[in-house]
Design a protein around this ligand. Sequence first.
Ligand code: FE
Ligand code: FE
Ligand code: FE
Ligand code: ZN
Length: 169
Amino acid sequence: MKKMKTLSDLLVHELKDLYSAEKQLTKALPKVVKAATNEDLKEALEAHLEETEGQIERLDEIFTELEISNGRAPKCKAMEGLIEEGKSIMEEDLDDDTMDACLIAAGQRAEHYEMAAYGTLVAWAKAMGHAEAADLLRETLEEEKAADEKLSSLAEGGINQSAAEAAHP
Ligand code: FE
Ligand code: FE
Ligand code: FE
Ligand code: ZN
C-alpha cells in the first residue's frame, strides 16, 4: 500500500487491516477453544468467536456505508504475530491450568490490540463526520472490552491460582 495522503486514506487502510485481523481470529479461535480445558473459558471463547463474526459483518456494513471497495486488503501483521505467539504456546506440553492461564494471556493481547485499533477508528470516524460508522465501531469496541474483562475475571477467578499451585505444589 502506498500513496496514502489523508486521514481518510488511513481510515480506509486501518478498517481493512482490522477486517484482516478479525478474519484471522475467526480461523484461530476454534483451535484455542480446543486447547482450553476450563468449561467457562471454552464458553467465553466460543461466545467471542460468534461476536467476531458479527464484528466482520459490521465492518462490511461500514465498507458499504463509506463506499469502500473490499479489494486489495492488507494483512494485519500484528494479529498474525499475536496468533503465531499463541500457537507456539499451544505446542508446549503444559498442564491444563497452566495452558488455560497462557491461552487467556494470549487472548488478552489480541483483545488489547483490537481495543487500541477500534478506539482510534471510532475517534477518526467521528472527527471525519462518519457518525454511523463511528457508532458501529463503538459497538465492536464495547464487545472487545467486555471480552477482555471476561478473560480477566476467569483468570483472576481461579485459573491463575490453580496454575500457580501447579507451579509450586
Ligand atoms: Fe474483534
Ligand atoms: Fe493491524
Ligand atoms: Fe480480539
Ligand atoms: Zn475480540
